[in-house]
Design a protein around this ligand. Sequence first.
Ligand code: PMT
Length: 415
Amino acid sequence: MHLAGKRILLGITGGIAAYKCPELIRLLKKAGAQVHVVMTESATHFVTPMTLQAVSANRVALELFDPAAELSMSHIELAKWADLVLIAPATANIIAKLAHGIADDLLSTLCLATSAPIAIAPAMNQQMYRAPATAHNLAILASRGTLIWGPDSGVQACGDVGAGRMVEPEALTAEIHNFFASSNELTGMTITVTAGPTVEALDPVRYISNYSSGKMGFAIANAAAKLGAKVTLISGPVHLDTPNNVERINVESALEMYEVALKYATQSTIFISTAAVADYRAVNIAPHKIKKEHGSDELQLTLVKNPDIVATVSNLESKRPFVVGFAAETDNVKDYALKKLISKNLDLICANDVSDKQIGFNADQNALTLYWRSIEEANGNKECSLPLANKQELANKLIIEIIKRYKASKNEQKN
Ligand code: PMT
């Protein structure tokens, strides 16, 4: 009974996979959960409300303006009742509505009205799943912290083959179990994340910087906060909303980031350095706009190295946190990442192959290979790959891996 007492609001939308929902409800109830079902009008073409009412043992909600349903449990009460809202199957249509805040039926309205976490199990034709609009809508949802489970790949009801099948009921039940098991996993832990670019002024109107958008670091901060950690996010200038329950400190230059990072690092359990820190800054910031020089096609700038923030944190003699760095590389990715792991004295490094324009700087997606050192491992380094996914999904997985490595390093220190 690993879901004992958990209250799950199951939203069913109009896809062929809706026929699997009675089995999903049966498994959830067997695990001890209470289930209320909300169906869209389209869903009723694939499975009957009567069947779902029988298996859930609760009245199935169908319409927004149903006086009888509002009397027994209003849609606002339903939204407040849930510990988790799961939409399975989730069509391209409901995904688009959620992404854009459209509330034109009971289910989409409930999703806006709930403060419970929302999970979706996408299910649709493979071409619809691959359509740029769907990919964009999924990225929006992921960036808000919506849990996206699946889809699976395989032969589809229409005969096509590809990604778009709803995750099977057993696997969805396992996801729900993992979600509840891990939602307080990081309580008591303090995590500091650096994110975004730094900007290094040249004069009052010009600067040196890079294409980092902050998306990766913000997604990591969001993932850690969702698991109950106390999170501080030190961010260079970016255009992103602060994730819920995250303390954000805005900085501009590498020197500013350095100062703030050192202050927070010594109070942190884990320090994650996602920021693309400018390696150099101008020796002198011109007090006035630099003017074009007549008679010369060249301008010489004298730059000086910025302090290495993550290496300084890694080399702290007392109150050193567990330190995670990133390496964005265009070639020899593994070699360069391993060199940084050692030279910066990191516990873990996340390597980004940014020669692929689909991932890394300013992209919605990323893929990472993690490398670490372990005294248990005679040959030195170990590694694990996190395949291509949108940055929030990837961050959710990454934070679990970081915690695993952190716990393993604590055990190694004890032995
Ligand atoms: O922000 P996004 O658009 O989502 O993109 C994410 C990202 C590509 C920026 C991110 O995933 C990433 O790879 N960050 C590291 C970028 C980088 O170029 O790192 P680096 O190889 O210059 O530095 C290695 C490590 O040292 C990094 O952890 C970096 O934060 C840290 N560093 C570097 C220089 C410096 N002066 N201080 C540092 O702390």
